[in-house]
Ligand binder design. Sequence first.
Ligand SMILES: NC(=O)C1=CN([C@@H]2O[C@H](COP(=O)(O)OP(=O)(O)OC[C@H]3O[C@@H](n4cnc5c(N)ncnc54)[C@H](O)[C@@H]3O)[C@@H](O)[C@H]2O)C=CC1
Ligand SMILES: CC(=O)C(=O)O
Ligand SMILES: [Mg+2]
Length: 445
Amino acid sequence: MRIEHGIGNIAKCLRLMLYDKPGHLASVATEIARHNGRIGDIRLVRAGRTHNTRDLVIYVSSEEQLEDVVDGLAQLDGIIVEDVTDLVQDIHKGGKIATKSRVEINTISDVRKIYTPGVAAICTEIQQRPELAYQYTVIPNQVAIVTNGTAILGLGDIGAVAGMPVMEGKAALFDRLVEVSGVPILIQNHDPQVIIDTVRNIAPTFGAIKLEDIKAPECFEIEDVLDAELDIPVMHDDQHGTAVVVLASLLNATRFSGLMLRKSVVGVIGLGAAGMGISKLLTSYGVNSLIGADLDEAACARFSTIGGKPCSLAEVMKNAHIVIATTGCPQLISPQMVRKGSVILALSNPNPEIEPELAMQSGASFAADGKSVNNALAFPGLFRGALNIRATKINDKMKIAAARTIAKYAEESELVPALLHPEVHQAVTAAVERAGLESGVIKPW
Ligand SMILES: NC(=O)C1=CN([C@@H]2O[C@H](COP(=O)(O)OP(=O)(O)OC[C@H]3O[C@@H](n4cnc5c(N)ncnc54)[C@H](O)[C@@H]3O)[C@@H](O)[C@H]2O)C=CC1
Ligand SMILES: CC(=O)C(=O)O
Ligand SMILES: [Mg+2]
């Protein structure tokens, strides 16, 4: 029997037929536990005279572990494994988003209004007064989610199309959390200039641009140029959404542990898009002592330009009170490296640099991974707030206001609130609106 130490990222549904006798379900649970699998929902599908059929969700870390579970169950008396389905594949079939009509179309008269000839009058009005596009079209509620697929989560340069499930996921969250229409835009090109030109040309379709999973260093130039040229917000989520959630979690971590954030030594491992975005916002917040490690010399040089001190991974782990890892390298941090009492945010997805449980067992005072400290807590409210006030930018004041608000909604002794917290995204929206209005980033008509 293999022993798995992973966190069980693979969700499978087992359809089991089993004797309807006391204790049978318990023997199933015991067998799954023997192979270190975790159990989710259990649903009765059919109640027969002698047998029941149940769907049982399990979480495993590998296909091999699943095989062990299924083989083990098949050997139990009175249990047949009828089917095994993958819940993640199931939920992706057909894609996760769609463009739908917001208006009823029941009669030909409806068609004449929403389409030609009626629509022509609206077109002409917009031609004469362009600002009416914000009243009569989806533009002010629509955000482009732009990727070239070069840093899809921590999977690396897997191409824009392979990154589409992530872009759809972000769009689905936009809709669910703040009713923004997110539109994935896949640009199959590595050249920053091509991305800049493409986004510039399609920008009139959108109220804002969210850059996503574009690797460093290209992401910096792309964002800087577009931000300067366009009069709508342009924000690279991996840089700034992540930075906002990190600041929120550190506001809480330092409050609970008695550290002073501005006086703490903060170490960043992986100085790419996320690492640099985090470093810049923490500097803007007032963190004075920032050390960082990266394998790439150019990344270290960029870090120096914002006041960071490059050093080795071992030095970061030894000297930093707070460690933030954004390398895309699972298990980069070993238990022996953890400094007693430190705060460890191992943010790489889909797998962290160190599992939070292991970091805590190794002496960390707080630890979290990229599933919980995730930019999805920030980007919905940042964009919703910016769209609501017709901001031209999302500036540091808006980001810090968002971070403070996220921090406030965390449960006692948690670093951040749950992503589906019923109030946090609306509260972030309101805070971003206020900060934007105070700092005057509004487009005048
Ligand atoms: N939890 C969250 O909300 C977020 C997590 N991330 C995660 O952060 C990771 C990096 O993403 P990006 O910054 O967008 O990628 P990126 O490609 O822009 O940057 C990665 C950086 O890590 C460095 N690096 C790689 N291996 C290293 C090692 N062994 N030691 C030191 N440095 C190393 C690279 O040289 C590069 O500078 C990904 O795993 C991603 O999932 C990114 C954004 C948000
Ligand atoms: C969360 C996210 O944006 C990432 O891991 O790339
Ligand atoms: Mg990302």
